[in-house]
Design a protein around this ligand. Sequence first.
Ligand SMILES: [Zn+2]
Length: 219
Amino acid sequence: MFTARFPELKRLFDANARWAEEMNEQDPDFLPGTMKGQFPKFLWFGCADSRVPESVLLEQKPGVLFVHRNIANQFHPEDDSANAVLEYGIGPVGCQHVMIVAHTGCGGCIVAHDSPPPAPQAEETTTPLGRFIAPLIELRHSLPAGADGVNDLILANLRRSVENMTKSPAIQTAWELGRKGELQHIYVHGMIYDMASGRLKDLGLSVGPEGPVSLFDEV
Ligand SMILES: [Zn+2]
């Protein structure tokens, strides 16, 4: 199928063949079973960065995570793609936990952090990437004096995504149904993945139909 023209692609297909073979050896029913449907409890909303592969870092098999990833894990209220994944994920798919996950060393946030203040009709806003990252640049320049590190922008961006998502029609409708007992309680969480250590950390931003919630029982 592949010749030496694209050995880098051939390596991927070879790896896939080995993976499928190992999966079938471990549990011959697993992969055929995925054809029956998906029942993930988690919607991972993260960055497109290649260094933050959700199923790998959470050590999960197919079927556990419903996923949307974009530049710098931004939830824009008018983003049809993100809203469609959210609506479908917490609706028919049945996800209960939406995990919005930022990460250290985020390239989108670094670019926004290093950008000059936005100007109307800026050249950058004529491209999809420019338009998508523009709110991040605006956010960077709205941060108070002293908050000048890229990590502050990464956290501010995460908080804004959590806030935007909780205001979305999909979440508001789900929470209303949840309070009436007609739907499971849906939760939105804000987390950060630390690339250097490989650890996922909760940032205490979780909120559900009953309001803010802690992931841990009070002792
Ligand atoms: Zn990123």
